[in-house]
Design a protein around this ligand. Sequence first.
Ligand SMILES: Cc1cc2nc3c(=O)[nH]c(=O)nc-3n(C[C@H](O)[C@H](O)[C@H](O)COP(=O)(O)OP(=O)(O)OC[C@H]3O[C@@H](n4cnc5c(N)ncnc54)[C@H](O)[C@@H]3O)c2cc1C
Length: 391
Amino acid sequence: MPSVISTDVLIVGAGVAGLWLNARLRGQGYSTVLVESASLGGGQSLKSQGIIHGGAKYALHGALTGASEAIADMPRRWREALAGTGELDLASVRLLSEAHYLWSPGTLAGNLTSFFASKAVRGRVDQVKGDQLPPALQDRAFKGKVYRLAELVVDVPSLLARLAELAGDSLLAGQSIEPLLENDRLIGLRVDGREIRAQRVVLSAGEGTADLLKALGLEQPAMQRRPLHMVLAKGPSLKPLYAHCLGGGPKPRITVTTHPAADGQWVWYMGGEIAEAEGVAREPAQQITTAQQEVARLLPWVDLSHVQWATVRVNRAEPAQSGLVRPDNAFLAEKGALLVGWPTKLALVPDFADRVFAALERDAIKPGEHRPLPALPKPPEAVPVWEQLLP
Ligand SMILES: Cc1cc2nc3c(=O)[nH]c(=O)nc-3n(C[C@H](O)[C@H](O)[C@H](O)COP(=O)(O)OP(=O)(O)OC[C@H]3O[C@@H](n4cnc5c(N)ncnc54)[C@H](O)[C@@H]3O)c2cc1C
């Protein structure tokens, strides 16, 4: 019979939200257990593009929105953490790009004028030319305008590896989760038959949170899934590019990030409009053809003859909203000892952790006295999607 464990905060779901929160709690002296049923970050986190948005993309509408305001502080928080001087020491995490770029391939003057007139981007955006252009756009045939946004792009595999390091002995591989009740109050969870008592339980299981709530007999908070059909390309001719390519609408036509593969080649990872509704409806082969045509139109100088292609379907998990509107904040709901949430963006995980800390402070939940944890079975690290699909 496995031993009974007691801890301050029991977290379920080791994506970037659970891992970041776990590291911050441990840094503040709380004892924690973080349960993961699959692999560390293998859900949405490792399939994300790693852009630390500061809200500029959302200001494409030409007006300041809630999103522009709420998210505006996140690049600073991340920058400090990555420098080793912030709320977590992430100095060992690889930064893929100091900037994300906004790239207007044609004549989109109207759209850009309103965009640059908005306060959200004033002072944060500079036009770049010549050898300051992203390497993939440095070609004589390149036309169009490129602006540099003060938004970082992080290497998510190295971020997850560092957060797993900061988790110390708190990680637990666990499949079956049942509520642990005392007088009808939640006092912890039974994980694979092992009792884990905790002052607070946090569900940060992304898409898995819906089933966990069901297992706990709860219907709220409701969540929504936003399906995406992303495209990957790997080849010797691909050079780094981190950019939203504008198409005239409020959403980027295509958002490209570039990731290092284990064999030394670069992988382009493409989302944006191409991966949304119409892209979701396409079969993988059609989606690849669409992406090939798009790249050939936008970057005709890139030799695609030795490029390998793949697609990946993934759902974004978010709190339910009418009309599938993009949420613009981390979300946290509370019910007694249970806290449930979604960061809604990788960039917003500091905000997610803040919300949990605010709930702990309000309820005067302090680090308690606990016996050291026994040796626990550990969840495996996840393999990046390009290594799985384009080995
Ligand atoms: C294609 C794509 C691109 C994106 N690009 C960006 C971007 O560039 N910038 C940005 O800011 N955001 C981006 N996002 C959003 C971002 O990835 C997510 O908001 C973030 O990763 C969510 O983290 P999470 O930890 O909540 O969820 P997840 O990473 O999904 O983690 C949840 C974890 O819970 C585990 N789990 C599920 N059920 C259980 C259970 N019953 N028991 C135990 N564990 C369980 C899962 O296995 C998983 O490891 C992107 C998302 C997608 C899909």
